[in-house]
Design a protein around this ligand. Structure first.
Ligand code: SAM
Length: 512
């Protein structure tokens, strides 16, 4: 049986009515057929966190992992029985099954020739196993959340380190709005590297179709799958655009399978990833990024859960560790911590009452969700939220094992000018609460200049062990992994104070 026949037969029984789909899908792939199926899974991850994601895959799936030269992606082989576990990975954003990897694609010299090669490629690919996996995956896939555009009031909101000017009634109003309709804001959605992304528009394909074509009858046939092609292209030397590649490859995919192109309401998303001369064809296994979890009450700079996971993982939490995010915003980091490292205790604090309210609401939504899922009262989460000022924390000296925080970049949050005072004061207070010798911290900032200067004056308390360069919504940021040195914290006096002021810029309260 040819590949196309086999793949078409596999898909024949897929019922496209949402609520019945998973039943038909699981029924139509016999267990014996799926038992020994091994495929390569590709995953997009926050750039800079490829190694962290690879470690998670190794630990949880016992599978070795390849980090792509195309930043922000990893690849690993699994047997299909592990598909559900793949969806439970915490460090990955989107998943796809690899149809074929072409490591050294010989791009011809003219655009016409290259596009012709893409057309021919569609019929030569080994679609059958990846399509079986796509079908099995339907029961694991989370459906897309309906997104709302950022509420104008919220986007205009000026929240700064000095606190919000609005009164309690506004806070209450916002909270009730949030409860009714959670805002899904995504400031971090922009591609990490300069990549051209095009999705084949249904109309383009539709207009390529011959009116008398048999396939036009498919419009009314519910058994015909709908698909789209998305092309991600990065590289300087291509003589074609991602749009052209998606269009011509997509046209050939349509002819091959007799699927119907549909830009928004598609069943299958075919991916054409091109990086320099590497071409990878895949089928998407996620409809929306897996970083969309935990958070229902969004703030202006809510961090992706996948990035929060990565930062926590860098600090290797151990059972009974006390883990603090002293500038928690909506609580993305401590909430991810409490769901993944539930044998630790997590403290979320922020000086902005709106942020603390959002964090508390996120914790409570998560609890309600888990109670509904389990159908009983649960134990709760090992987490608490509090309003405080990072410069004066109500925590005992040397009582905290890990600090993980996302500091104000000085762009959407705070100001660069204010950071020159805030950063040294933060690092100083963090060194006080963190356990000498074993304490560690993962601190994210885009204000690297200010951070480096502040850190330079505190080498006796903090040792920088590693820097992870990350891309946050197009901003070049860094996660600094610091170890607390064994030096006991002493409140500086006299000359020591002067030296600290000089070296790191810290402004002590009684300093003029
Ligand atoms: C980049 S945001 C954190 C976003 C957070 N990771 C999230 O997912 O929502 C920085 C946070 O630091 C807080 N912040 C600024 N100055 C502070 C201070 N002196 N004490 C405590 N929190 C402060 C801000 O209110 C803001 O919520």
């Amino acid at each position: 049986m040819s590949d196309v026949q086999e793949a078409t037969n596999q898909l024949l029984h897929v019922n496209l009515h949402e609520n019945q789909r998973s039943i038909h899908v699981t029924e139509s792939v016999p267990r014996s057929e799926s038992e020994h199926l091994r495929v390569t899974i590709g995953a997009t991850v926050p750039t800079g966190f490829e190694q962290v994601a690879a470690d998670e895959v190794r630990e949880k799936l016992r599978s070795s992992c390849k980090i792509s030269k195309d930043r922000g992606k990893i690849y690993f082989d699994i047997s299909v029985e592990s598909l559900a576990q793949v969806h439970r990975l915490r460090s990955v954003d989107n998943l796809f099954v690899v149809v074929q990897e072409l490591k050294d694609f010989q791009f011809k010299e003219t655009k016409e020739k290259v596009l012709k090669d893409f057309e021919e490629l569609a019929g030569k690919l080994p679609w059958s196993d990846p399509l079986k996996v796509w079908k099995m995956n339907t029961s694991f896939k989370k459906k897309k959340t309906k997104r709302k555009k950022l509420n104008q009031n919220l986007s205009k909101e000026k929240i700064d380190n000095g606190g919000d000017k609005r009164d309690e009634r506004d806070v209450k109003k916002e909270l009730s709005n949030n409860a009714l309709d959670s805002h899904i804001l995504d400031y971090y959605e922009k591609p990490a590297i300069k990549e051209e992304i095009s999705t084949l528009v249904g109309d383009v394909l539709a207009s390529c179709k011959n009116e008398d074509d048999e396939s036009s009858k498919e419009d009314t046939d519910p058994e015909v799958l709908k698909f789209r092609v998305t092309c991600n292209r990065a590289g300087e030397k291509h003589c074609f655009s991602s749009n052209e590649a998606a269009r011509d490859f997509g046209g050939a995919v349509q002819d091959y399978f007799k699927w119907k192109a549909d830009m928004t309401n598609f069943d299958v998303e075919v991916l054409l990833n091109i990086h320099d001369n590497e071409v990878i064809v895949g089928i998407a296994l996620t409809e929306e990024s897996l970083h969309r979890r935990n958070i229902t009450h969004f703030g202006p700079t809510t961090l992706r859960s996948t990035l929060a996971y990565g930062m926590l993982r860098l600090c290797a939490p151990q059972p009974s560790d006390i883990i603090v995010d002293p500038m928690c915003g909506t609580g993305a980091i401590p909430i991810e911590g409490a769901t993944e490292w539930f044998n630790c205790f997590h403290i979320a604090g922020d000086n902005n009452p709106l942020a603390v309210n959002r964090a508390a609401n996120n914790i409570s939504s998560l609890l309600t969700k888990s109670q509904i899922k389990e159908g009983k009262l649960s134990w709760g989460l090992p987490i608490d939220a509090i309003q405080w000022d990072i410069c004066n924390l109500p925590l005992r000296t040397g009582s905290v094992d890990i600090i993980v925080t996302d500091m104000p970049f000085g762009k959407r949050m705070g100001s660069k000018k204010r950071n020159w005072n805030l950063y040294p004061a933060c690092l100083w207070e963090m060194s006080r609460i963190c356990k000498p010798g074993t304490g560690r911290a993962a601190l994210l900032t885009q204000d690297k200049k200010c951070f480096t200067k502040a850190l330079s004056g505190m080498e006796h308390v903090w040792r920088k062990v590693h820097t992870v360069w990350v891309n946050i919504g197009g901003l070049h940021a860094a996660v600094y992994l610091l170890n607390r040195t064994p030096q006991t914290f002493v409140h500086p006096s006299g000359q020591d104070k002067e030296e600290l002021v000089h070296k790191s810029g810290i402004a002590f309260e009684n300093q003029t």
